[in-house]
Write a protein that binds this ligand. Structure first.
Ligand SMILES: Cc1ncc(COP(=O)(O)O)c(C=O)c1O
Length: 376
């Protein structure tokens, strides 16, 4: 085995670096919040919710414990329940289907397309008399063609609830992911582009009734005046996490800029490698503004490439442990999705994070090029 330019370590995601990048500021936030004893539902959370709503241009943002809860509560708040079917792309985190299942509805997985996002024709083919909603996952920081999905939803009288866990800041035709349809949820899992130091998520909506319903589901059934109006659970975004997130949100545009810069560099270095299919480049399609939560390629001899990169000190990841949701037979899925099946034998995420330097990226590209026999 020969590595492109000698051994260097490029981790897939550097968790300690997340904190180290602004250690002084985070320590000061910790001191301030903890010194005030402001742990649950305090002003830092309210400020973050307001600032995120302003960023998104939506009326309501509700911090929750994680996006899985957020998706579950969003579905229930828009009226999805027992007897309903909700269509989603099988190339998503199991969380999407979990949320549908626990809302009482049946999750119906369908195919994704060349950009790895849900395919409108596949959605249409899966519609039955019980279908009530479409839940597109805005995967890898890219927003689906929401115009086509909305037309489909209108024609069949369906709701749209977005899984925007991976896509804060991503846009389709200028409109931000998470602001389509009647509700959405975003994740602040540490590896997300806006990631906290533990679990966190948010529900986004413009609808006051959906918001009120979600508030009660997250807070033991209590509405915003404290009255118990239904059975509810407990799912809160920690006040301390909200304070960290609010600090990061102020720098968010710069983070997106850098990730798009890295994606452009990957395109420039790898576009001539015939054995690799790259994600769409930044600005390659005026309809899409991608934030590159992940950089997921399709690769020939994927497993050999992964091992080669590992031997050269480069971390990669196969999303969802290499299993699409419909392949999880223990959960009762019977769908046959050949496009997704094939994609799952080829897809690989290569490093895309804020610790990645240009030199790291060149090393990754040199190594991939060497594996397929291209010159550096
Ligand atoms: C597409 C998608 N949906 C849902 C989730 C669940 O988010 P959380 O871990 O905040 O519950 C994730 C997290 O990785 C995700 O990537």
């Amino acid at each position: 085995m020969t590595c492109a330019t000698g051994i260097r370590t490029v981790s897939f995601f550097d968790y300690p670096a997340l904190f180290a990048a602004s250690r002084g500021e985070y320590t000061a936030i910790f001191d301030d919040v903890c010194g005030r004893g402001a742990f649950i539902k305090q002003r830092d959370l309210a400020e973050f919710e307001q600032n995120l709503a302003a960023f998104l241009g939506t009326r309501y943002v509700l911090g929750v414990g994680n996006a899985t809860d957020g998706l579950h509560f969003a579905l229930r708040s828009v009226g999805i329940g027992a007897g309903d079917e909700v269509i989603f792309s099988s190339h998503t985190m199991l969380a999407t289907a979990t949320a549908i299942h626990f809302s009482g509805a049946t999750p119906v997985p369908v195919e994704c397309g060349p950009d790895h996002l849900i395919v409108a024709d596949a959605v249409e083919a899966a519609i039955t008399s019980r279908t009530r909603a479409i839940m597109p996952t805005q995967l890898n920081g890219r927003t689906a063609d929401m115009a086509t999905l909305q037309r489909l939803a209108d024609r069949h009288d369906l709701l749209i609830v977005e899984d925007a866990a991976q896509a804060l800041g991503s846009r389709f035709r200028g409109r931000l992911s998470g602001t389509f349809g009647c509700a959405s949820a975003i994740s602040f899992y540490p590896a997300k582009v806006l990631g906290c130091f533990g679990d966190g998520g948010a529900i986004v909506t413009n609808d006051p009734e959906v918001f009120e319903h979600a508030v009660s589901l997250c807070d033991f059934g209590r509405n915003s005046t404290g009255e118990v109006v239904r059975w509810g659970l407990n799912s809160r975004l920690d006040n301390l996490q909200a304070a960290f997130l609010d600090f990061q949100l102020k720098k968010y545009e710069g983070v997106i800029f850098r990730r798009r810069q890295l994606a452009a560099l990957y395109t420039a270095r790898l576009k001539g490698v015939a054995e690799i299919v790259l994600p769409p480049a930044p600005d390659s399609d005026p309809d899409h503004f991608d934030i590159y939560q992940n950089y997921e390629v399709e690769a020939e001899k994927r497993d050999d490439l992964k091992q080669y990169l590992k031997d050269c000190g480069i971390g990669t990841l196969i999303q969802w442990g290499g299993q699409a949701v419909h392949q999880m037979k223990a959960l009762g899925f019977t769908q046959h999705l050949p496009y997704t099946d094939r994609l799952f034998t080829r897809m690989l995420m290569i490093p895309m994070n804020m610790s990645l330097t240009d030199d790291d990226l060149h090393y990754v590209c040199d190594t991939i090029r060497a594996f397929y026999g291209y010159s550096e």
